[in-house]
Design a protein around this ligand. Structure first.
Ligand code: NAD
Length: 359
């Protein structure tokens, strides 16, 4: 396995490999950039095909966290952890305790959290070993499920997309095709319905579909048909890579705005969307509500303030949409550039303060 020449390696500050034979833990922590603060990012537990696949995932995801935190104006850097699931796929308390010790050994340079394959209960075990865990019940308010905050941010991001493409400040009769009615998609669909939006929805879960039909007046389509729905907005809230060579030509919408991570199968698909006149709200910008909420956690948690911060995702997207329009470039490229500019500007300010301090 090569690290510095791995395809997703982008000037990561540190990549740490750890194994604990007693518990079966095999894990990697990638710290991409700590210019803005300690690296924050979830811990993924996954049955990777091999070590290269695990390395690629942790490198890619940690970099995404740097950009996400920068564009949400948070004092966090980007990091991520992956645990390679043991052959039998079982998770044990000993494994998460060993992971907690790994996290603790970094002295706070990396703060972990729940992610795909890990649960709040797993993170409680990690938290018993290290304080460097976000999103757990530690006596402060505001902890727990990040999905309502994520959905609130997506809702405001979607409003920005509708304003940019339809010139509308309200959502009455705006038609949204919602893919996935889970923790985030469900809250989002409710916010949209509350504002009079028309919904067409798809999910694998019959119970969620029945709820949307009954309580939100949504139309239901097959999971494979959601890409073909003629609507104003497509809101992906299920899995990644849904914007690809097969789906983009089928989309009959003016904008894409949803919570799913890694929506573009490849970066070039951002340009494909732009070429078709479809406005794309970059995923890591619009779905940052959960991490924004985490940044407010603690004894002084104020839900109103946290939700107002999530709502400012609207303004960040307006800036991205305007720059993309002015420069004739895809929104995903503009978002990356804006994040890099914010990090560079912070680093320059820190350098100048240091120079001033040492005379
Ligand atoms: P979830 O598992 O609660 O919900 C996903 C929903 O999608 C489920 O209802 C599932 O049945 C449905 N689904 C699965 N495959 C589908 C398909 N092919 N077509 C239609 N529906 C399908 O997950 P979640 O927490 O709501 O997260 C949704 C997405 O948002 C994920 O990509 C997640 O990584 C991302 N995200 C979530 C958060 C958060 O706070 N939960 C934060 C940032 C990003």
């Amino acid at each position: 396995m090569s690290v510095f020449s791995a395809k997703s390696f982008r000037n990561h500050e540190q990549v740490l490999f750890h194994q604990d034979p007693a518990s079966g833990l095999v894990a990697i922590i990638a710290i991409h950039d700590t210019t803005l603060g300690p690296a924050l990012g979830g811990c993924r537990f996954w049955a990777y095909e091999d070590e290269d696949a695990a390395l690629d995932d942790v490198l890619r995801l940690s970099r995404g966290m740097t950009y996400k935190a920068a564009l949400a104006n948070l004092s966090f850097g980007g990091g991520k952890a992956v645990i390679m699931a043991p052959r039998d796929g079982t998770k044990s308390p000993a494994l998460f305790r060993a992971f907690g010790q790994f996290v603790n050994s970094l002295g706070g340079r990396y703060i972990t959290a729940e992610d795909v394959g890990t649960s709040p209960a797993d993170m409680e075990i990690v938290h018993a070993v290290t304080p460097y865990v976000a999103g757990v019940a530690d006596g402060g308010a505001g902890d727990g499920d990040p999905s309502p905050a994520t959905a609130w941010g997506v809702f405001h991001g979607l409003r920005a997309a509708v304003a940019a493409k339809l010139g509308r400040s309200d959502l009455h009769d705006v038609h949204v095709a919602v893919q996935g009615l889970g923790h985030v998609g469900g809250h989002l669909a409710q916010h949209l319905a509350d504002r009079g939006a028309l919904l067409t929805v798809a999910d694998l879960d019959e119970g969620r579909l029945a709820w949307a039909k009954r309580d939100l007046g949504a139309q239901v389509v097959d999971v494979n048909a959601i890409y073909d729905v003629a609507a104003d907005v497509f809101a992906p809230n299920a899995m990644g890579a849904v914007l690809n060579d097969d789906t983009i030509p089928r989309l009959n919408v003016k904008a894409v705005a949803g919570s799913a991570n890694n929506q573009l199968a490849e970066d070039r698909h951002g340009a494909d969307l732009a070429a078709r006149g479809i406005l794309y709200a970059p995923d890591y910008v619009i779905n940052a509500g959960g991490i924004i909420n985490i940044s407010h956690e603690g004894r002084l948690y104020n839900r109103e303030k946290a939700m107002a911060h999530c709502a400012r995702i609207h303004d960040t997207l307006v800036e991205i949409f305007q720059r993309a329009e002015q420069e004739g470039r895809p929104t995903n490229e503009i978002a990356d550039q804006l994040a890099e500019e914010r990090i560079a500007s912070h680093a320059a300010t820190a350098r100048n303060s240091l120079r001033a301090a040492v005379g």
